[in-house]
Design a protein around this ligand. Structure first.
Ligand SMILES: Cc1cc2nc3c(=O)[nH]c(=O)nc-3n(C[C@H](O)[C@H](O)[C@H](O)COP(=O)(O)OP(=O)(O)OC[C@H]3O[C@@H](n4cnc5c(N)ncnc54)[C@H](O)[C@@H]3O)c2cc1C
Length: 384
């Protein structure tokens, strides 16, 4: 399914990930430390600008190449994988897709140079139901005045700019949402402390609070009322990268389990000689390959300009559940040592990969997205 250039790219990004990212993965998790030292080498490798056109300083790739990059980074470090996925898919892509020429010139070169961007959709009272956004912006002359909060925003304390959704009418009947590009340095923009999480503990997740934040009209993204559609389109693409992240994490678990099973001797022979262990390994490898094919198919449909939202939902749904299963199975294959922190990555992967079933829409929401598409194909009377 992949071209030669995809395979060559995988070799390069895998070598980069193993040499540059993997040595710090355990420390980042244990110390809950953001991998700041990875940003410069990742920028030089082109990982911060994969969805940014060249005229704005980017090094654009096709979506499959981008998925391979997220997969290989996540194979060695989930925290780095989510940082790259959120920056490219959720931070930079909406500016490229929906931004004015001035906005692209102002924000994309900085992002391509390694300054992180974030995406603020989720709120304490609007998670899966993101249309229930409570953040409110009211127009005052050539500014919007914004009040509200966003929660669990990836890269929140580091990002220089965030794409955030807001209602723009105080009329309760008018639920239209508009997106804005917000800058961290503006008065009224406050960032909470980095959250303590089950996994992805190196990644930077925090609240954002907007208190009479003065947003220049030129920072409105597209037209008033288009924000919800923009956010959903952004998530359609982002879900490919969350699927890729889950595949990378699952592959990391598989690689660890395969080697351990071959090395670990019990009853006088490697545990891999037991058919029960072999079947587990076979299932992991089969499911990972199936997840990969779904993910690449969604990526190729996106690049071909075909409707792909249901495919990216399928890819994320399946890959995240496969990744979670692989991590749990790997711990089982390792036995007691699999439960320990440090010597083998299986337990870290198990904690990291769970997020892939939640972020950018839970598995339940992916099933809703897929089912909605399936039902579209029915005749109106059959939908009742
Ligand atoms: C580490 C991390 C990073 C994140 N990064 C970002 C980010 O960068 N930007 C951002 O905007 N958000 C981010 N999020 C938020 C994430 O997208 C939300 O947590 C997610 O969309 C789910 O929303 P919720 O947590 O409010 O769950 P809820 O919506 O409260 O859901 C609770 C449960 O109810 C289920 N449920 C809800 N509605 C339905 C329904 N209609 N049918 C069936 N089941 C339903 C859900 O599936 C879930 O099981 C992040 C979250 C985490 C944990």
């Amino acid at each position: 399914m992949l071209d030669k250039h995809h395979e060559e790219y995988r070799e390069k990004v895998r070598a980069f990930s193993v040499e540059t990212i993997e040595p710090l993965a355990v420390t980042l998790d244990l110390e809950q430390r953001f991998p700041s030292e990875h940003i410069k080498p990742m920028t030089e490798f082109g990982l911060m600008s994969m969805l940014i056109p060249e005229q704005y300083g980017g090094r654009p790739t096709d979506t499959t190449t981008y998925a391979i990059a997220v997969e290989e980074l996540s194979r060695v470090c989930g925290s780095t994988g989510i940082t790259i996925a959120a920056h490219n898919s959720l931070g930079t892509w909406p500016v490229y897709k929906f931004g004015s020429e001035e906005q692209k010139k102002k924000y994309l070169p900085r992002a391509a140079q390694g300054e992180l961007m974030a995406f603020g959709l989720t709120e304490p009272d609007a998670g899966s139901d993101a249309g229930g956004t409570r953040t409110m912006a009211r127009r005052e002359g050539d500014h919007w005045i914004m009040n509200g909060s966003k929660c669990w925003i990836t890269s929140a304390t580091k990002a220089f700019a965030t794409i955030a959704s807001s209602r723009t009418s105080e009329d309760p009947a008018d639920k239209r949402i508009t997106c804005f590009i917000l800058e961290k340095e503006w008065k009224g923009y406050a960032v909470g402390k980095k959250e303590n999480k089950l996994g992805l503990r190196g990644s930077d997740t925090a609240f954002l609070h907007f208190d009479d934040l003065k947003v220049p009209v030129e920072n409105q993204l597209g037209e008033v009322g288009q924000g919800f559609k923009q956010m959903l389109m952004t998530l359609d693409g982002g879900r490919i990268s969350i699927g890729a992240m889950a595949i990378g994490l699952g592959q990391g678990a598989f690689d660890c389990a395969l080697k351990y099973a071959a090395d670990r001797v019990q009853f006088g022979e490697p545990v891999a000689n037991n058919q029960a262990i072999q079947h587990k390994l076979a299932d992991m490898a089969t499911e990972l390959n199936a997840a990969r094919l779904l993910c690449y198919e969604a990526a190729m449909m996106k690049d071909a300009g075909k409707p792909f939202g249901h495919m990216s939902a399928m890819a994320k749904l399946y890959a995240s559940e496969v990744g979670t299963r692989c991590a749990a199975t790997a711990i089982g294959i390792l036995g007691g040592i699999g439960y320990y922190t440090g010597p083998y990555p299986a337990e870290r992967i198990w904690r990291d990969v769970k997020l892939c079933e939640i972020g950018e829409g839970t598995s339940e929401i992916q099933r809703l997205v897929i089912a909605r598409e399936l039902l579209k194909s029915l005749k109106p009377e059959a939908k009742k």
